[in-house]
Design a protein around this ligand. Structure first.
Ligand SMILES: Cc1ncc(COP(=O)(O)O)c(C=O)c1O
Length: 369
């Protein structure tokens, strides 16, 4: 039985009550901060790395079926989800805690392991939620540029963070969609300072062919791994994710304020999604083929981009990226934000075929304006 069920509320409540409520800035919040609202109903939304396919049919059916029981907390259902995932991945259920998406455990892990004395080491460009949390914790935020091949430069990260509390690895990386090899991640884990943790964010892992780093968790390393149902499973609005780590690490994360009941709709949909054995390969294939067609179109039209293994990529506009975002918004196509280290690049999410065709037409016009 997973140890963090309703019973663990009592166990952890003293620690939790001493902690202020924190809300991490998640991807849609970051996207919305840069987006004009309200947007038109028929706008193309390729700014938040969402999955336009939404939940699979089994998940939709499971949500409908659970609605009459919506008056119950049904925490046994969350135990079922954890057990299902544990069996599929060969994990001990005690290593898994279920959360509404992976933003909460990402934020709480950073709060638990960084401080004014313990820095946060991240790649640049990279997903910003952790660095924002580290700043709230009063930690030094160390940004290390990606290597030439756009992998995390783990040796440079180690050199830059002798005082690190957290090394954050996003694999595939957001926003570049590029991979960091398992051997580099192992090297980081093997050579990091004592008392630090490696926080591995696998939000997009199923969209690539990259191996997971779950083996490092199973081996009892100082690794906290995050998974979400928001990407390949198309459940961003339903909110479900996992934090996976040794129970002593998990307890520290959850003690920062992470315990709550899960929405039963999210849990029911997540169980159905995990049981659909065709979902991941099919969706990985759909995303890869639309991404490839988009890259071919960009090649034919002489635009530069960073090749990606995920559902987003960086496109070089050769001028201030913010201008292009604005021009695209006028075309009713909302594209992703710009990272300060690469000011001419904009992040594009891979949408449906039709959305990418509208993107192409709008991008041609925006680049001529
Ligand atoms: C790298 C990365 N990690 C975590 C998340 C969190 O997503 P959610 O809270 O929807 O699980 C996102 C969302 O886009 C992301 O890009």
């Amino acid at each position: 039985m997973p140890r963090f069920s309703r019973r663990s509320f009592l166990h952890l409540s003293a620690a939790a009550s001493a902690v202020a409520a924190f809300h991490g800035m998640s991807e849609p919040m970051l996207a919305a901060a840069a987006r004009r609202r309200p947007h038109a109903k028929d706008a193309v939304l390729i700014d938040s790395n969402e999955n336009p396919l939404g939940p699979c049919q089994g998940a939709r059916d499971a949500v409908s079926a659970i609605i009459p029981q919506g008056g119950r907390y049904s925490d046994n259902l969350t135990d079922d989800l954890v057990t299902t995932f544990a069996q599929q991945e060969g994990l001990n259920p005690e290593y898994i805690y279920c959360t509404p998406g992976s933003t909460p455990p990402l934020s709480l892990s950073v709060l638990a392991f960084t401080s004014p004395q313990k820095s946060y080491v991240t790649a640049d460009p990279c997903f910003e939620t952790g660095m924002n949390m580290a700043a709230i914790a009063g930690a030094r935020v160390v940004k290390v540029p990606l290597a030439k091949n756009y992998a995390h430069d783990v040796k440079a990260m180690l050199a830059a963070g002798p005082d690190a509390g957290v090394f954050y690895i996003c694999n595939p990386n957001n926003p570049t969609g590029t991979l960091t090899s398992h051997s580099d991640i192992e090297y980081l884990v093997g050579n990091k300072p004592k008392d630090s943790i490696v926080l591995i964010d696998e939000a997009y892992i199923h969209l690539s062919e990259a191996p997971s780093a779950l083996d490092l968790v199973k081996a009892g390393k100082d690794v906290i791994l995050l998974r979400t149902f928001s990407k390949v499973y198309g459940m961003a609005g339903l909110r479900c994710g996992f934090v996976i780590a040794r129970p002593d690490l998990l307890e520290k994360v959850i003690a920062r304020g992470g315990q709550n009941f899960m929405p039963t709709t999210a849990v029911a949909a997540a169980i159905a999604s995990l049981k659909d054995s065709t979902l991941v390969p099919e969706r990985r294939h759909i995303n890869a083929s639309i991404r490839q067609q988009t890259f071919q179109w960009l090649d034919r039209n002489g635009y530069s981009y960073i090749p990606s293994e995920s559902n987003c990529f960086l496109l070089d506009t050769k001028r201030p990226g913010k201008e292009v975002r604005d021009a695209m918004a006028k075309e009713n196509v909302l594209i992703g934000r710009v990272w300060p280290i690469m000011p001419t690049y904009v992040r594009i999410t891979v949408g449906t075929q039709e959305e990418m065709e509208r993107f192409q037409a709008a991008f041609q016009r925006a680049m001529k304006s």
